[in-house]
Design a protein. Structure first.
Length: 425
């Protein structure tokens, strides 16, 4: 029998924020509640309110990023409307390249610390979960001191392991960051990594009690997919290869080998064996430049930014889905889990990283090195002739589908509580 627990989750990103980081604990909390646990979430006011969230306690704390006067002083635009995809550029370089570990320790953490202490006075909390990035979120566990509840530190990306941010410019800053990371890794009762390499790094490099708990697909998100309006992308003689999101990106993600391979395959193919790359999402200036240089003509169709259910429906209508990844071993974007749930074969441009491992583990497609134009072209031919679809035989998807990840977390919450009890003896 499950022991009902009171869980406090602290995460900067939370719906209606469209950031991938917000989806992990929104889904996790919903499924933990379904198991009988009481979950309260502390997040930022900057993302706005979520209508109809009755029964899902969310405390939204004050954030300097919401201060209109300060935004005007720093010549920053107003925060985006709730639910609008955007990257907030509130913090000037003075903060982002000076304050360790990140600017949120100044703009958001004071309000979080006050709200957390108030909740701890008002009720018993059985387990605290801090989720980052931003990495400063984890400093809450340190700031609460010895009286904090059992603590799980959840890392959706590595901290000093394969970081997205550029290194700190001075040695003292790098030393401070290293000490903070070590203090969090060893102070938390359990550390979670959203990918296996992140968890393994914390365990081997810092001696943390670390576990891999992947992101996952929440079936509730597909409830209204059938009602979505789909753009016209299918034509006779064309296999559709769908990509949702931006093409180019961090960690060395480069779409040029794919675009060159696509042009070559279609130039060589007959009229009934061509592949059309269907792009849904924002195209950056760099994406537009690369597409123009590739001169793909009818081989590419951009359908614009779609609402979520339409993007999911488009994925499900494809002959195959293409995933582009970069050079980090820990890379497995949130889009991968949408693809796993779409029921369509995946062409993953991934090599020696977590995305490659997951696609192979689940037998949901083929993986090729992202810069190997020859092998990409060969894979595209399997899309054109249907070979990739014929070999589609997925397995072990439950590991990456909720409530699977939440069940694992529930067990680790019990472990964190037990470990705290052992430490207190």
């Amino acid at each position: 029998m499950t022991t009902p627990r009171r869980i406090l989750v602290v995460t900067y990103f939370h719906p209606p924020s469209t950031a991938v980081g917000g989806a992990r604990w929104a889904a996790m909390a919903r499924h933990l509640r379904a198991m009988g646990h009481e979950v309260t979430t502390i997040t930022s006011t900057v993302h706005g309110e979520l209508p109809g969230a009755a029964g899902a306690p969310v405390v939204r704390t004050w954030d300097l990023a919401n201060a209109q006067a300060l935004r005007r002083l720093l010549r920053r635009p107003a925060p985006a409307a709730p639910g609008t995809p955007t990257i907030d550029t509130m913090a000037p370089r003075l903060l982002t390249r000076v304050v360790v570990p990140d600017s949120h320790v100044v703009s958001w953490m004071p309000g979080v610390l006050a709200a957390t202490r108030r909740l701890l006075r008002e009720r018993r909390i059985d387990c605290l979960v801090t989720s980052g990035p931003p990495d400063s979120t984890h400093l809450l566990g340190l700031a609460l001191g010895r009286r904090r509840p059992p603590w799980i530190a959840d890392f959706r990306d590595g901290w000093r392991f394969e970081p997205l941010a550029e290194p700190w410019p001075t040695r003292p800053q790098r030393m401070i960051e290293a000490r903070l990371e070590r203090a969090v890794a060893r102070g938390a009762d359990v550390v979670l990594g959203a990918t296996r390499p992140i968890a393994e790094d914390f365990a081997s490099r810092l001696g943390a009690r670390a576990e891999w708990v992947p992101n996952g697909w929440d079936p509730e998100l597909a409830a209204d997919v059938q009602d979505a309006m789909l753009p016209a992308v299918a034509d006779a003689g064309w296999a559709t290869l769908v990509h949702t999101g931006t093409l180019s990106g961090p960690r060395g993600r480069d779409p040029r080998p794919l675009l060159r391979a696509l042009r070559r395959v279609n130039d060589e193919a007959g009229p009934d064996r061509r592949v059309r790359l269907v792009l849904a999402g924002r195209t950056t200036v760099e994406d537009q430049r690369l597409l123009a240089e590739a001169e793909l003509g009818e081989s590419v169709r951009h359908v614009g930014l779609l609402e979520r259910r339409a993007a999911l429906a488009l994925q499900r209508s494809a002959d195959a889905l293409v995933l582009l990844t970069g050079s980090h071993s820990s890379e497995a974007t949130g889009k991968l889990f949408e693809y796993l749930a779409a029921g369509r074969p995946i062409l993953a441009l991934a090599d020696a990283n977590e995305a490659q491992r997951i696609v192979r583990l689940t037998a949901t497609g083929v993986t090729v090195p992202p810069l190997d134009e020859e092998r990409i072209a060969a894979a595209l031919r399997t899309v054109a002739d249907g070979t990739i679809a014929a070999g589609y035989a997925p397995r072990e998807l439950e590991r990456f589908t909720y409530p699977g990840p939440a069940v694992v977390v529930a067990g680790l919450i019990e472990e964190a509580i037990a470990r705290r009890g052992e430490r207190g003896r």
